[in-house]
Design a binder for this molecule. Structure first.
Ligand SMILES: Cc1ncc(COP(=O)(O)O)c(C=O)c1O
Length: 408
């Protein structure tokens, strides 16, 4: 056989849709690896995962998975998930004020898969989806992949990163299908008050929009667990998402769930979501057994977790606000803060973040990775590290910021 002509060795082209799919939280790690290769240790404050910072998966959840595997539950499960866990999720939502039956619950590979299934079921190519800016970037990435349009509605740092409702209303067109809410919010740490939640429900109702309610941090609001959005109106067109990744400290298990609101107007959406879910067979089986344990067993560790997080939130906001040129809204939940630096003309958030990484080894994510304007000077800190480590990191950020502003 003849050797192939060199032209046939050129790289295979990849699909165009990939170019619109960006996820800065992980993409920026390539830069961090270069810094490490050059001999500088990197402090990773880019990914919201509690485990490397010493937070532990509760033992009764590990026991449940262990038991499930040893009992032979290692096959595929029904595609929407095992019945006892779906029932536990339905009961949990119902107890918290969103009445839903188990047949409207699906178990998913994390919140992420639920989001992708719901968008896949509801949004056509060229349809529009309202997404908060700054946003958790999975939404825009999935929309780019299916050729739908992200329409950003502003959230306002001058009002604690609350949504700008007038701006949101002004963006609605006949092609708008879905309104995405993330509450408590990643990347800003905002928690929306009841009036805002009611107003968002009303806007969605007036304009026939389905709300995708990302409640993955719902148990990590510092005032205590938040009620699900749909508890304010159980008949609203809301699909709620959560998982064991954050408040149950098991992100690698990919154990999540979604609940489709009880309104019959969502029956077709539910059927479409189930149809799409059939194609991926099931979410990880043994981990589904931990969902029942998580939702029916001891949850007192969450109180301790919230206390630890609030301590770090206060430290972060006060240290960032003490840096000349920087301001930071105090987060009300989750483990993210979004400080904002008044940038010198011509500089971008990426200039700041990459400079910080290269000079100090501190890795945060630039706000434009969450859809923000690069000139806004925002960046996201994950503040899960122990306070004394955070404090040393914040010294580095303060020193670097002064240098960055002085030499710009
Ligand atoms: C707002 C938000 N939604 C969804 C996810 C994905 O979580 P999961 O691990 O449940 O897929 C994350 C992860 O950081 C998140 O911050």
């Amino acid at each position: 056989m003849q050797a192939p002509a060199s032209s046939s060795l050129s790289p295979f082209p990849v699909a165009r849709r990939v170019s619109g799919f960006t996820y800065a939280i992980r993409n920026i790690v390539a830069e961090a690896k270069k810094v490490e290769a050059a001999g500088r240790a990197v402090k990773y404050l880019n990914i919201g995962v509690p485990i490397p910072f010493g937070f532990k998966t509760p033992p009764h959840l590990i026991d449940a998975v262990d038991r499930a595997m040893r009992d032979g539950h290692n096959g595929y499960t029904p595609s929407p998930g095992i019945a006892p866990a779906r029932e536990a999720v339905a009961k949990d939502f119902t107890d918290r004020g969103m009445p839903v039956s188990a047949d409207r619950v699906l178990l998913t590979s994390g919140t992420s898969e639920g989001i992708e299934l719901a968008i896949g079921a509801l949004v056509d190519t060229d349809d529009e989806v309202l997404v908060p800016v700054p946003t958790y970037p999975l939404y825009t990435a999935v929309l780019a992949k299916i050729g739908a349009k992200t329409v950003y509605y502003r959230t306002d740092p001058d009002r604690g990163w609350q949504p700008d409702l007038d701006h949101l209303r002004s963006l609605i067109t006949p092609r708008t299908r879905v309104l995405v809410l993330i509450d408590p919010n990643n990347p800003t740490g905002a928690v929306y008050p009841r009036e805002t939640r009611l107003a968002l429900l009303e806007i969605a109702d007036q304009h026939n929009l389905v709300i995708l309610s990302d409640e993955v941090y719902g148990d990590l609001a510092y005032t205590g667990s938040l009620p699900p959005l749909a508890s304010l109106n159980p008949d609203a067109a809301v699909i709620a998402f959560s998982s064991m990744s954050k408040a149950y400290v098991a992100p690698g298990w990919r154990a999540g769930w979604m609940a489709v609101g009880r309104t019959p107007r969502l029956d077709d959406a539910l059927a479409a979501i189930k149809k799409l879910a059939d194609g991926r067979l099931c979410s990880p089986g043994p981990m589904q057994y931990a969902i029942t344990a998580a939702l029916t067993g001891d949850r007192s560790y969450q109180q301790q977790f919230r206390t630890e997080l609030e301590l770090r939130a206060k430290l972060t906001a006060s240290r960032m606000n003490a840096i000349p040129g920087m301001r930071c809204v105090m987060p009300q939940g989750a483990f993210y803060a979004m400080p904002q630096l008044k940038l010198p003309a011509g500089k971008t958030d990426e200039d700041f973040v990459l400079g910080l990484l290269r000079e100090t080894g501190v890795l945060v994510v630039y706000g434009s990775g969450f859809g923000a304007d690069p000139a806004d000077g925002t960046f996201r800190i994950v503040y899960l590290a122990p306070p004394h480590e955070l404090s040393a990191i914040y010294d580095d950020i303060a020193t670097f910021t002064a240098r960055f502003l002085a030499t710009a």
